[in-house]
Design a protein around this ligand. Structure first.
Ligand code: ADP
Ligand code: TYD
Length: 218
């Protein structure tokens, strides 16, 4: 699909601090009167929110790994079709709190489903929509776990070994695509991480074809 928008995704294990940073970026654009489309996965459309309930809110709903994979992809297919693709076509900035790399890290590296297969199925579900820039907030599993004081959902209730595999998976994905995926040391203070994200984002936007109002750069 040819489009003029940009898709920026935030990735990391649960509790890494990625949602905090995604929100800061969203606010940065809003303060400069630039409309951004913000999405959080799984969810973002009626069907995707219904799938989110099945996936996350039923702590004791056992399901086959492949069922879980297909549900995440089903939710994403609807979000891409109804929200992300139209926004990109209109030249918008789309910020995604998790996208396809989460599926590669959790369902392939975490659950053990073949990565090549997961990538193929994801490609079909997203019609080839890919993030232009991805921030991976990297944090050791133990530290991320300590930060999560709220009640854990079904995925977050998985043990330490699972999240260690997921973290390692994210790092391998980043190593394979260093131009797109920027790894940030999540152990630092919020402001330090944010400064790095802002610097990289502005540099990226200057080089992209996206049209931003003059006031954005002031
Ligand atoms: P995620 O979206 O990756 O699950 P959140 O952004 O929701 O993570 O952050 C998880 C918790 O850690 C929140 O309580 C948040 O306030 C806190 N937090 C976020 N960034 C940092 C940071 N750099 N240092 C310490 N705590 C942080
Ligand atoms: P959420 O409550 O959004 O957590 P977070 O704040 O950490 O993003 O829960 C999303 C959970 O679903 C999280 O544990 C990661 C997991 N997940 C997958 O396993 N595969 C996926 O493709 C996606 C998008 C999320």
């Amino acid at each position: 699909m040819k489009h003029t928008g940009v898709l920026i995704s935030f990735e990391g294990i649960d509790g890494s601090g990625k949602s905090t940073q995604a929100q800061l970026l969203k606010e940065y654009f809003a303060e400069r009167k630039v409309t951004v489309v913000f999405v959080r996965e799984p969810g973002g459309t009626k069907a995707a929110e219904a799938i989110r309930d099945v996936l996350l809110h039923n702590k004791n709903l056992p399901m086959a790994d492949f069922t879980e994979l297909m549900l995440f992809l089903a939710a994403r297919a609807d979000l891409v079709d109804k929200v992300i693709e139209p926004a990109l076509r209109h030249g918008r900035v789309v910020i995604a709190d998790r996208f396809a790399d989460s599926t590669f890290a959790y369902q392939a590296y975490g659950r053990g489903i073949n990565l090549k297969l997961v990538k193929q199925l994801n490609e079909t579900a997203t019609r080839g929509v890919k993030p232009d820039l991805t921030f991976l907030v990297d944090l050791p599993e133990r530290e991320a776990h300590q930060r999560l004081k709220r009640q854990k959902d079904r995925m977050e209730s998985m043990g330490t070994t699972f999240h260690q595999s997921v973290r390692l998976g994210f790092r391998k994905l980043a190593a394979a695509e260093p131009r797109r995926i920027k790894v940030l040391d999540g152990r630092r203070r919020e402001e330090e991480i944010w400064n790095e994200i802002l610097r990289i984002t502005l540099q990226f936007l200057r080089r992209s074809k996206i049209e931003l109002p003059e006031q954005f750069w002031r």
